[in-house]
Each structure stands twice: as C-alpha cells, then as structure tokens.
Ligand binder design. Structure first.
Ligand code: ZN
Length: 297
C-alpha cells in the first residue's frame, strides 16, 4: 500500500516531506500530487517526460515472462542477498541518526526501494523474505507500476525518473535494489541510510550469449562490472558478490520478450530480428548469467 511508504517520500520539486490529504500527497510548499485510482502516485518533476517508459504491451509481455518463472533463480539469489544484507547490519550507527525522521515505527526493518522496479516482481520476492520491511517500487512506466502496486501488500508504487533527484528523503532507504535498470550513483547514496546496502543485478558477458550470436544482438562487454564499480566507486563501497548462471528453455514469444527486456536497449533491425527468430529451434536453450553485487554506503 502507498500508505506504508508515504513517510519516506519527498516532494520532487522542493524535496520536503509529503503528507496525505485525501487522494493526494502534498508538501509544505503546496505542491500536490494526485494518487491514481490504481494505487500508485506520480512524483515526476513538472518538466519530465514519460515517453521513455515501457508500453502496456511490453509490460504485459514481461510480466508473463517473469510469472512463468524463467528468472526465478535471479529472484531467489536477490532475496537471499537481501536477507543477508539486513542480517549483517553493523550496530551502533546512532551518530548518523540526525536526518532520520521516521522514528515512530522503529520496530520495522525499514524501506526497501527498487529503482527500475518494473512490475514489482523482484521487490515482491524480496519482501517475502523480509517480513518486517516495506517496499517502494520506483519506475517511469505507469503501466508497470499499476502492476507493481498490486504485486505485494507491502509495496507502494511511485512514478519517477531515475535520472532526476529521486522522490525519497535523505537516508530513508535500508536496502536499494537495481535489476537490469538505470542507476544513479549520487542519488542512491543520498537516499541510502549510512550502512545501507545497494544490491545490483547486472548481466555478465555470457548472458543470453546464444541469442547474441544467432540474432546479432549487442553483447555485454567483459568490462561491464568493472565499469559499474568505477561509476559507483565515489559513492558506495563494493561488498559481497556472486554470479548466478542457469539455462533457460524459451519458446518464440519468450525469446522476443527476453530480447526486449534488455540488459539495455538492443539495437536490432526488426525485420532482420524477425527472420532470425524464425530460424531458432523451439524451444531454444539460452544461458542466463548475471552478477548479484552488494555495495554499502
Ligand atoms: Zn514541494
């Protein structure tokens, strides 16, 4: 429910806290944001454009793909890493409590935010493993967030732009998830509380390699993880990581979906792609290979 996470939200225009007034969230400066009847709220700054978000069709295809369990090993690894990150919290960080205003429910384990949450599939799986936590699904696609808002009873869904200041209060996040999604180092650091963890899932160079060859897709380069570490280095400290690799058995529609799901935009001519897809065996065996990496503030 959106109400579970409202106390962690910040006005995207002036960064002040938001409070509920009937069907809207408002800041002390008078900026007001309507809560959609589907249960999510849009906290986009006024001049942001949503054209880059996923369409309803793309979202539906991805939801079907994930619901079929193809990426279940990734969700499981993420949930395990999330539980480990929270269990391994170092104690005695009271010196950094200054800006933490959400004190009233101190028995809760805090906020898990998924940046680029899509339909909330991974966040819901992580929340199942963290019964004391609430989740914020952040994405630019309202179609995805309509689903995320219903993906778990403890999820609140917020439309926002990952490349703008995130609509979350300073040091409000216990655990940040980022699965095949854009990451904004300075903002992730700002919203994580001291000692908080980012769990980042990114493809290795072996991810979908059979499709990369057969369909002429852009491959993930060998240096990706090093480049991610370099970009996040000024903001977060690398911690535990593990590789998760398994075999997918995909039919033609699954292949189309997984190609469209990224890691990042694949630059493929649709006609050539269609011909190459038709030439694949059905089902086709494809390697899935990702790194689950922890970073700590
Ligand atoms: Zn405001």
């Amino acid at each position: 429910m959106l109400q579970d996470i409202e106390r962690y939200l910040a006005c995207p225009l002036c960064t002040q806290a938001l409070t509920r007034h009937d069907r809207s969230l408002r800041c002390p400066a008078g900026h007001s944001f309507d809560v959609a009847k589907q249960g999510y709220v849009s906290l986009l700054a006024g001049d942001a454009h949503t054209g880059t978000g996923d369409t309803a069709e793309m979202v539906a295809a991805r939801a079907d793909f994930l619901a079929a369990g193809h990426y279940r090993p990734i969700a499981d690894a993420l949930a395990e890493a999330a539980a480990a990150a929270l269990a391994g919290e170092p104690e005695a960080e009271s010196e950094a409590e200054s800006e933490a205003e959400p004190e009233s429910e101190s028995e809760a384990d805090g906020l898990v935010a998924d940046l680029g949450a899509g339909t909330g599939h991974y966040l819901a799986h992580v929340l199942d493993a963290l019964p004391g936590s609430v989740g914020a699904a952040l994405d630019i696609s309202k179609y995805a967030l309509r689903r995320a808002a219903k993906a778990h009873p403890r999820i609140g869904a917020v439309v926002c732009d990952a490349w703008r200041p995130l609509p979350l209060r300073d040091a409000s996040v216990e655990l940040m998830l980022n699965v095949f999604a854009p990451r904004n180092g300075p903002e992730i650091r700002r919203v994580l509380r001291p000692g908080g963890t980012l769990l980042l899932v990114s493809p290795t160079a072996r991810h979908l390699r059979e499709l990369v060859d057969a369909l002429g897709l852009l491959s993930v380069d060998e240096e990706k993880q090093r480049r991610i570490d370099e970009k996040l280095g000024p903001y977060l400290t690398p911690g535990a990581r593990r590789e998760v690799e398994f075999t997918l058995r995909l039919g033609p529609q699954d292949v189309r979906t997984v190609v469209g799901m990224g890691p990042s935009a694949w630059h493929t001519d649709p006609e050539r792609l269609g011909a190459a897809l038709a030439a694949l065996p059905d089902p086709v065996e494809v390697t899935a290979s990702v790194t689950v990496a922890a970073y700590r503030r």
